[in-house]
Each structure stands twice: as structure tokens, then as C-alpha cells.
Design a protein around this ligand. Structure first.
Ligand code: APR
Length: 228
């Protein structure tokens, strides 16, 4: 029976694909104010500005490619039952052909009805415009979970973490909840690996292993450890 390897990934895993993180020195939140582009209030204040922000990001995502860290997670499926819980809205895990991915904060290649948020549409290309409407005529918005909005996938994510044999936290500063709170649902008796070039705050002392490296290098180190 394959061991359950659960991965909690953040923007750092896509940094080597050329996508900006949020809170690093050149991060997205250096250039934009969250309250201007990533809240419901921002949407109602200036829909066009919000659409343009996500159009720019979507264009970058479509031009990017999965990097070795994404690909190595796919490879690990040969030996582990790998489940990925990602905070990322990019589709690089999907394009690396990982088979079990749960998005907590939405997917940037999808649009959502503002009349019925269960109506999700795939976006063709990178551009969403004012006047793009759902089947009920409401303006479409990006299928992104904005600050202050509910995170519907947190419940299934908690269950996945509770059942994990190994937990890998990669490329996230663990500053955004409820995602950052997932760690506390993982058993203290089992190994937790953290891959990040920076020291990130985790209040756990037992069975925790920091690999201070970028995602692709850290994944190579992890595989050596797991194969031992
Ligand atoms: N490899 C691995 N980790 C990296 C790399 C890299 N090449 N480059 C940077 N990092 C690390 C940073 O050190 C940092 O700890 O990735 C982390 C990125 O943290 P954030 O920018 O805060 O991104 P994330 O944790 O994913 O943000 C969580 O916040 O803005 C919201 O909804 C958005 O999903 C996002 C959430």
C-alpha cells in the first residue's frame, strides 16, 4: 500500500517558472494594494481594474511552464499516493500532470458567475472583459477566492491532511488563513518537510525537517531523503 504524501504548495513553487510570489521583495503585493484588486469591495469599486489585474496574471500563467519541482511531484506518484493542496491559482500542477490537486484559492483559467457562484466557466485565452456574462446575464468575475471570502475547499483539505503519512509544505510563507492552519491537523508523530529558501514560522518542534532551498533543488533533496 502506497504511503499518503500530502503537499501544501504556495506561490514559491511557481517562482522558478517566472511567476511572482506575493510577499517577497519583488512580490505582487509590492506593486498592488490587496484592497484594490483582491477583495469583493475592490470588485464593486472598479471591476475593470480587477479584470485587468487578473488578465495580466493569466497571461503570465499561460506563458509559463511547470518547473522541475512540479514535475518531480508528478514523478513521486509512482511511489506515493500524492495529494496536492495548493494555494496557487495557476494551473502548473495540472500542466505537470499531477493527478490529485485541490485548489483552495480558485483557478485563474476559470471565470465565475456573479449571480450564481456555482456557475464556473473555462476562459478561452488570457482576457476577460466587461460585458462577459453568465447564462443568466450577470457579469463574469475571475474564479478566485478573494480576501474576506469563504474558502469552500478547506473542509476536504483538512480531511486530506488528517489522513496523511507525510506532509510537505513548499513555497508558502504560511501567512494566510485558513490555509496556514492546515498544519495543525497533521499528526505530530509523522514527518513534516518544509522546502523554502527562507525560514518560515511553524510552531512545531517534533518531526519537522527544513530544507532551506528553492523548490526544484529542495525537491531533489527531499527525494534523496525519502529514498533512503
Ligand atoms: N522556491 C521555493 N520557495 C520560494 C521560492 C522558490 N524558488 N521563491 C520564494 N519562495 C518562498 C518565499 O520565501 C515565501 O516563503 O515562497 C513563499 C511565498 O510566500 P507568499 O508570497 O506569501 O505566497 P503564499 O504563501 O503562496 O501566499 C498565500 O496569499 O496573497 C494570497 O491568495 C494569495 O494564495 C496566496 C496566499
Amino acid at each position: 500500500m502506497k504511503q499518503k504524501l500530502v503537499v501544501l504548495s504556495g506561490a514559491g513553487i511557481s517562482a522558478e517558472s517566472g511567476l511572482k510570489t506575493f510577499r517577497d521583495s519583488d512580490g505582487l503585493w509590492e506593486g498592488y494594494r490587496v484592497e484594490d484588486v483582491a477583495t469583493l469591495a475592490a470588485w464593486y469599486a472598479d471591476m475593470k481594474m480587477v479584470l485587468d489585474f487578473y488578465n495580466m496574471r493569466r497571461k503570465n500563467v499561460l506563458e509559463a511552464e511547470p518547473n522541475q519541482a512540479h514535475l518531480l511531484l508528478k514523478e513521486l506518484e509512482e511511489r506515493y499516493e500524492v495529494k496536492i493542496i495548493t494555494q496557487n491559482v495557476d494551473n502548473l500542477h495540472e500542466r505537470a500532470r499531477s493527478t490529485n490537486i485541490l485548489h483552495l484559492h480558485g483557478i485563474i483559467t476559470q471565470a465565475k458567475s456573479t449571480f450564481d457562484d456555482k456557475l464556473i466557466y473555462s476562459i478561452d485565452g488570457w482576457e476577460m472583459k466587461m460585458g462577459d456574462r453568465c447564462e443568466y446575464g450577470s457579469q463574469l468575475r475571475p474564479n478566485i477566492v478573494w480576501f474576506g471570502e469563504a474558502v469552500p475547499n478547506i473542509e476536504p483539505a483538512i480531511k486530506i491532511v488528517e489522513e496523511a503519512d507525510i506532509l510537505l509544505v513548499i513555497g508558502t510563507s504560511l501567512q494566510v488563513y485558513p490555509a496556514a492552519g492546515l498544519i495543525k491537523y497533521f499528526s505530530n508523530q509523522k514527518p513534516l518537510y518544509v522546502i523554502d529558501p527562507k525560514q518560515i514560522p511553524i510552531s512545531r518542534t517534533k518531526n519537522i525537517y527544513f530544507l532551506a532551498a528553492k523548490a526544484s533543488e529542495g525537491m531533489q533533496q527531499l527525494i534523496k531523503i525519502l529514498d533512503n
